[in-house]
Ligand binder design. Structure first.
Ligand SMILES: O=C(O)/C=C/C(=O)CC(=O)CC(=O)O
Length: 196
């Protein structure tokens, strides 16, 4: 699908190579394996916002990890992503995407049409509330090794079955019509989660 290829180009997986420059540049606390961090990297790339990336490990044994007291001041839930931008500190990938959309409207990540906007939000919600939180690493750790694969597969399969039904009505080249939106930004990292 052309849109998916486009998103991979936008993914910022090569974000580590981004140069660190002035203080006024946004700072993204991100982890390569975090699908939520990936959403924000895609949004920043689509909107052509240059930023500094702070790789934030999810392993307590590695320095610059998310479980330090220092990072707790950045994100009280000690999750990635977090974005420092315009003198503010923002957490939660969906809230960050909306902030970017409202402060830097072009290229738009939401359609103009209210029905299409609602559909984008429905898909975002389906993925970001209905799938991703149920299969993220902190939840799977609590479920335990024996049950975690079955658990993750169950919620991912259930979510994608619902999603496919929604997309059969809404999609063109992208999730809603032919233009890239927040829905596509959330879909691609979730597909990667499902495959791994
Ligand atoms: O910012 C969010 O929307 C949610 C973040 C998380 O749940 C942490 C995380 O990185 C989980 C993941 O993407 O694998």
């Amino acid at each position: 699908m052309a849109a998916v290829q486009q998103l991979y180009r936008f993914s910022g997986l090569n974000g580590l190579a981004r140069k660190i420059s002035t203080n006024s540049q946004p700072i993204l606390y991100s982890n390569w394996s975090s699908s939520c961090s990936w959403r924000v990297r895609i949004a920043l790339a689509i909107k052509d916002i240059d930023y500094e990336i702070k790789p934030t490990s999810l392993l307590k044994t590695v320095s610059d990890n998310a479980y330090t007291e220092e990072y707790r001041k950045v994100n009280p839930l000690q999750k990635v992503p977090a974005l420092k931008i315009d003198g503010h500190k923002l957490c939660d990938s969906v809230a960050i995407m909306h902030y970017l959309e409202e402060t830097r409207p072009q290229p738009a990540l939401l359609p103009q049409d209210p029905v299409k906007r609602a559909k984008v939000r429905e898909i975002v919600e389906l993925i970001c509330s209905g799938i991703q939180p149920l299969q993220n690493s902190s939840v799977l750790e609590l479920i335990g090794k024996e049950q975690s694969l079955k658990w993750a597969q169950h919620w991912i399969a259930r979510g994608f079955q619902g999603l496919e039904q929604v997309l059969s009505q809404s999609a063109g080249r992208c999730c809603v019509g032919d233009d890239l939106t927040m829905a596509d930004i959330c879909l691609v990292p979730q597909v990667r989660n499902a495959r791994r």
